[in-house]
Design a protein. Structure first.
Ligand code: FMN
Length: 371
């Protein structure tokens, strides 16, 4: 099977490929990782209710398949935040990734480039942001949490701009998360495989300690607004899970929203990210770019997220699994399989292009039952 960057896909099963399904990638990833690393990948917080809810929310939706209206070669390409994407996906920013494979975000970037999507790079990556930017042409969005004071935040933004990033993704974490699997394992992403973005000759090393220990000063929307105004790059805000925060982000100067509960890794018993997406889209209108993550597990999930208001999704754990299974190749195959299943789903739902996906593709029980 050849799947190309232009969104046209050759419709044959890839019998000569090492992986023909995401299931196979998942199995290999589990084989390659120790239990401690596996726990780092999958852990949520508390009882992991939100982690489960994120995927359960997708499982509640069903599609409508129109008869004699299918499309034989839908176009999966789209354009989000000024980027041409071979299908509506970004690599989500996830740190400590060398725990899964020594190639880390360098390998991920090369795989994303081969498939034609863009990469978000976390401040907590296992490689310096400059090295990741140099590894491919698609390391485009730098994710940072505010550590230190406003000047330190702007310094890091300047550093990202100098390395070639096009956007800043702003995140917020006031305090350490309650992740019991990691606590039992005494796991830390510090050390050799730990964050490489701070240290002598780089940004203030004290900031690294703050990042890891989460002894961050309290940040207010006024400060965020000031820092976004000083940012050399346009900013999107990640972690938006309410209409109120969507508008606060836009008022603070964000050019896009990133609806996410970090895959259930921040605080438990918050709503599934998918459940808050429709109200946010309705409230901010059609023109604000929205990236969505938390719970995407297959290509058809991308259709559901788009139908409920996202312009594109971000892929976290799926990419970590691909990386663990087979480095750059595992990530590339993960992306190809996702793109292909997305393509297949579009075709069955009668969507010839990404823009055709709307609420009408979702089955609504009340219409059938007359309620
Ligand atoms: C191992 C791991 C590390 C992560 N590290 C970060 C991080 O450093 N910064 C960040 O913004 N999000 C981080 N995330 C959250 C992801 O960016 C993304 O929001 C999450 O994986 C989405 O949930 P899903 O993978 O279950 O779909 C991390 C996720 C995982 C699995």
């Amino acid at each position: 099977m050849t799947e190309t960057k232009n969104g046209r896909i050759d419709d044959r099963y890839a019998t000569n490929e090492k992986y023909t399904t995401l299931r196979g990638i998942h199995r290999d990833a589990q084989r390659h990782l120790s239990e401690v690393e596996w726990n780092y990948l999958w852990c949520g917080t508390g009882d992991e209710v939100t982690l489960r809810d994120n995927t359960a929310a997708f499982d509640r939706y069903r599609f409508v398949t129109p008869l004699f209206a299918g499309i034989s070669n839908p176009d999966t390409r789209t354009h989000v935040l000024g980027f041409d994407l071979s299908f509506p996906a970004f690599i989500a920013p996830f740190g400590g990734e060398a725990a899964f494979h020594p190639g880390g975000h360098l390998a991920i970037g090369r795989a994303a480039e081969a498939v034609g999507i863009h990469q978000m790079v976390p401040v907590a990556a296992s490689f310096p942001l400059e090295d990741i930017a140099a590894a491919s042409s698609v390391a485009s969005i730098f994710q940072m949490t505010f550590v230190g004071d406003e000047d330190a935040a702007v310094d890091l933004m300047e550093r990202a701009k100098a390395a070639g990033y096009k956007y800043i993704c702003v995140t917020y974490s006031p305090i350490r998360q309650w992740r019991e699997r990691m606590m039992e394992d005494r796991f830390s992403i510090r050390g050799e495989r730990g964050p490489a973005n701070f240290g002598p000759g780089r940004s203030d090393p004290a900031a690294l300690v703050e990042l890891l220990e989460f002894t961050q000063p309290r940040w207010t929307w006024e400060q965020v607004k000031r820092v976004i105004a000083r940012s050399p790059l346009p900013c999107i805000v990640k972690g938006v899970t309410s209409v109120k925060d969507a508008h606060a982000s836009l008022d603070a100067g964000a050019v896009g929203l990133y609806v996410s509960n970090y895959g259930g890794r921040t605080v438990d018993r918050t709503p599934a990210a998918l459940d808050v997406l429709p109200s946010i889209r309705k409230s901010v209108g059609r023109d604000v770019p929205i990236i969505f993550d938390s719970g995407i597990r297959r290509g058809s999930d991308i259709v559901t997220a788009l139908a409920l208001g996202a312009n594109a999704v971000a892929l976290g754990r799926l990419i970590a699994l691909g990386l663990a299974a087979d480095g750059e190749h595992g990530v590339r195959r993960t992306l190809e399989l996702l793109q292909r299943e997305f393509w297949t789903t579009l075709g069955h739902l009668g969507c010839s292009q990404v823009q055709d996906v709307g609420e009408a593709v979702l089955y609504r029980h009340e219409l059938d039952t007359g309620r």
